[in-house]
Design a protein around this ligand. Structure first.
Ligand code: ACO
Ligand SMILES: O=CC(=O)O
Ligand code: MG
Length: 585
């Protein structure tokens, strides 16, 4: 790697190297220098430089496709890539060490306590989440990398404020899960790190820092640098990731194919390109995951302006047995197994409550039923949100897999899913109720408040809520308002009704935190963000891009040549400011 020269201000590091000038605008707290080394920053800076333009083009392509569907064109399987789907000869790479058996995967954010609990949970895989379950504050981004570094070094420990000491001991046999890191999606920028005077991609930062520091440590431990790739909308986005992998491996002297990636099929457009996505990534592909929550959100985002035929009922009624959801998971399993890839199931949101055994039993029963359906359908393993659910998921998959590590051999030639099946949103049974409307507003409000406070996953009403579930809640309200849907109580959803429910929910949320100025202020900010998103003429692409730009960017000091507003343009949501229309808006 080219040597870099470093100038270090108290809280700002400027690097100059062959072509990459990286600035750290976030505070550099004690310990951060272990992750933000000149070499690591130069590495992510160069990667970002190499792929920034393509990232922005692909984000624009997302916006263009959404506009086409809004004006009446339908999604469909591509004709130009038909040969990929019909050529039976290609397969993805065989499973890498530590990824052969994925019967139970625990997901969770990368703070130290949760990480240790996940590593001790008995799961086969820990999805170390810098995405749906993480609020990307600067401290969470860098702190998460420190957690991953210490976990890879085997030195991860933590003491809670009440004196409880946490360390990694693994399961009863001392085994720890394989670590699979989920970086942020392509739409999110990292505004605390700049290269050539513009914000870097959050995906490249999360991926690049982990790869740089931990790839060799993971390989030495008999595993490897593994990733989950979120929110892809096309095979061209998979190609971009593959090219990033090839370049990154070259730069670090890692053999091609060392990295492995499991792609979340969690957007409606991506469901039409599952096979192409595996093909693009085939030397790095480990499998596909059915990311059900973002998938529902994407269905609303993509078809939400197409009228009653595409209207979804209350969130609680949009289950995995809805025809369009069933079509999606059936296609995913069949596609994966045809190509030798793992099919990994999704998240049942019910979670245990240690203060309420009855609620816990009901949650466990729900999760069991969900995992049983997945195991029967051919999935090779699935996700849980809580250590208390690891045993349930394992039991269910043990019963189907026995001593085999997976059921990739189980082909599903009988599965014949059409474009119409994937788009059959209107056949989802259920109704739109006043309670559903209120729950959506309440969940989105409470989730946003937590997110602004640095927590990316929370338990609300006995369910795990994260960025994906909150996006469903707010986009449903937007769609129901647009369609002026009649609720089961006879009222039509109107601006006035939405404003009224939001005001009532805000008042109810503020009451128990009266006297806590920080939380009160966050609820007010959350309500303002939510109000804009619910009443916007055009459904905003993501809640998190606006919330991030306005509230999560904490500069140690602006770069000397520019002021704060210029350094962090709150209108620039994606870091693609040059684009005519911000594709993340
Ligand atoms: C749509 C998607 O993308 S799904 C994937 C992304 N979402 C996630 O990963 C959410 C993961 N789950 C969570 O974050 C948590 O379970 C929450 C926030 C929902 C609930 O957490 P809590 O309120 O702390 O639950 P609870 O009090 O029951 O936790 C009991 C213990 O289990 C730990 N725990 C709970 N969930 C997890 C987890 N996923 N990973 C590791 N530890 C966990 C808690 O830290 C706590 O530890 P402690 O006893 O040492 O204090
Ligand atoms: O990331 C998973 C999802 O369901 O969304
Ligand atoms: Mg998701």
């Amino acid at each position: 790697m080219t040597p870099v020269s470093t100038q270090r201000a108290s809280t700002r590091v400027t690097l100059t190297s062959s072509g990459a000038e990286v600035q750290v605008l976030g505070p550099v707290r004690e310990g951060y220098e272990r992750v933000l080394t000149p070499e690591a920053l130069a590495f992510v800076g160069r990667l970002d430089q190499a792929f920034a333009e393509r990232r922005c083009e692909l984000l624009e392509a997302r916006a263009a496709r959404r506009a086409e569907v809004a004006s009446g064109a339908d999604l469909g399987f591509r004709s130009d890539t038909r040969w990929i789907r019909t050529d039976p000869s290609w397969k993805v790479a065989p499973p890498a060490p530590g990824l052969e058996d994925r019967r139970v995967e625990i997901t969770g954010p990368t703070d130290r306590k949760m990480a240790i609990n996940a590593l001790n949970s008995g799961a086969k895989v820990w999805l170390a989440d810098q995405e749906d379950a993480t609020s990307p504050t600067w401290d969470n981004v860098v702190g998460g990398q420190l957690t991953l570094l210490d976990a890879s070094l085997g030195t991860l420990e933590w003491t809670s404020p009440d004196g409880r000491h946490y360390r990694v001991t693994g399961d009863a046999d001392g085994a720890t899960p394989t670590v699979v890191v989920r970086p942020r999606g392509w739409h999110l920028p990292e505004k605390h790190l700049r290269v050539d005077g513009r914000p870097m991609s959050g995906s490249i930062v999360d991926f690049g820092l982990y790869l740089f520091h931990c790839a060799r440590l993971q390989l030495d431990a008999g595993r490897g640098p593994y990733f989950y790739l979120p929110k892809l909308e096309s095979h061209l986005e998979a190609r971009l990731w593959n090219d990033v992998f090839v370049r990154a491996q070259q730069m670090l002297g890692l053999p091609r194919g060392t990295i492995r990636a499991t792609v979340l099929v969690e957007t409606l457009p991506a469901a039409f390109e599952m096979e192409e996505i595996l093909y693009e990534l085939r030397e790095h592909a480990a499998g596909l995951n059915a990311g059900r929550w973002d998938y529902i959100f994407s269905a609303i985002k993509t078809y939400g302006t197409r009228g009653h035929d595409y209207l979804l009922p209350d969130r609680a009624d949009v289950t995995m047995t809805a025809p369009f959801m069933r079509a999606y998971t059936e296609l995913l399993v069949a596609t994966c197994h045809r190509r030798g890839a793992h099919a990994v199931g999704g998240m049942a949101a019910a979670i245990p409550d240690r203060g309420d055994p009855e609620r816990t039993a009901a949650a466990v029963a729900k999760v069991r039923a969900d995992k049983e359906r997945e195991a029967r359908d051919g999935f090779d393993g699935s996700w849980v949100a809580h250590p208390g659910l690891v045993g349930t998921c394992r039991e269910v998959f043990d019963a189907v897999l026995g001593s085999r590590p997976n059921q990739v051999h189980r082909h599903r030639p009988e599965v014949a899913v059409t474009a119409a099946d994937l788009l059959d949103l209107g056949a989802t049974p259920g109704e739109v109720s006043a309670e559903g409307l209120r729950t959506n507003v309440s969940v989105a409000l409470h989730y946003l408040e937590a997110w602004l406070g640095g927590r990316g996953a929370v338990a609300l009403h006995g369910l795990m809520e994260d960025a994906a579930t909150a996006e469903i809640s707010r986009s449903q309200v937007w769609q129901w308002l647009r369609e002026e849907v009649r609720l089961t109580d006879g009222r039509a959803v109107s601006r006035d009704l939405v404003e009224q429910v939001l005001a009532e929910e805000l008042a109810a949320a503020r009451e128990p935190v009266a006297g806590d100025d920080a939380r009160t202020a966050r609820f007010v900010d959350a309500a303002e963000l939510l109000r804009e998103a619910l009443l916007a003429e055009r459904l905003p692409s993501f809640l998190t891009t606006t919330a991030y730009a306005r509230h999560l960017v904490t500069l140690a000091e602006p770069p000397s040549s520019v002021g704060r507003d210029e350094a962090v343009d709150v209108r620039d949501l994606s870091g693609c400011a040059a684009a005519r229309v911000d594709p993340a808006a």
